[in-house]
Write a new protein. Sequence first.
Length: 403
Amino acid sequence: MKRTLGLLLGLLVAMPFGTSAVASSSGAITIVGDSDFTPIGSHTGCACVTSGSGTATDPFLIEKLTIMVGATPGVAISGTHASFDLDHLTIHTTDQAPAIAFTNVTGPASITHVNIDSPGTIAAGSGNPNGMGIELIDSRNVAIRGDSINTLSSWGIRVSGGSGNTIEFMTVNHTGLATPDSTSSAGLPASQNPFVTGLSGQAEGGVQLINTSGNTVHDNLFNEDAYAGLQLFNANGNTVSRIIVRYPDYFGIDLESSSSNTLDNVNLQTADFDGLLVRGGRGNVVKNSNFSANGPIGNEWAAGVVPWFIAGAYFGSGTSGNVIVGNNGNFGNTGPDLEIDNGAVPTPVPGGSFGPQTNNPLNGPGGSDPGGSFVAGKQKTICGNSFAPLYWFPLSLNANDPC
């Protein structure tokens, strides 16, 4: 793991340059259409472009700006077809609006070497769903690379709609802070409880792909983010590779109603509950990945919030046709390395020194597995893994058999 992290950090340092941005007299940057890309000193448009003609080989360049974000985005670009780069921007937010917001941008465009942050005390108390780092709405061919995003109350990066975007060589750290941590979820109403809001994509964390397809996420570190390091919600045909997720409050990666995605060489470490949670969708490929020390410890048990579906990787709620090959687990904290829900998950929830886990809203009335409504379908292939022997469910899986 140290070697993998060292390689990732080395890649971050070695990132290529190239990006763009736009600015108005208020210090914010607003572009509505290609005609607003105007050079510094212009009396119209953004008056912020330092070079470039807007073609793919000579993009408009907006660079080396420091922007303070209040109730509106620091950089807002919409309805553009030109190629542009936002390069070496520093954006300090008050956690009320996205630092960078693209809407109906067709690209190719880049956001490169940008640093985004807010004071952590603001993020922890604000609970503002708009307090994001970067938001792409119905945009295509945008590359987000080599940036650092820290201490925001909502998603570090949220891609909604669109396709063909890339998130690479990123560090996303301590985002989704307004989401209650797992032990603090006890007693929350369903409308505020991440176990419930996450089912509809409304919890907050590191990076979210929602209602989108054909994106690539690779060589990133998602560290101590809230609900999940990465969530795919109704997101299909995406590729996730060579990422590390450490210490999320709930799940490392969460796939909700998402199909035909590939997770390759992802390292999911020390999630409070599941390294990988898959509910709904079919035809996903999970390969060459590691599930390390996932599962609750004493704090979660004492709060009574442990769900029945605790595992290194859990597949339930109608998932089917998935490929699970060449993965590794190391016993986790509790629960098996791999669990395929057959309607009779062997939950440890009802017993033990802490008693029934009745504070988890997804558990049954007795604080345990509610039964067969969350059954997974038949998976396509499960083989060639190196999980701890017999540390899977059901035992008939033989998950380590050769392919």
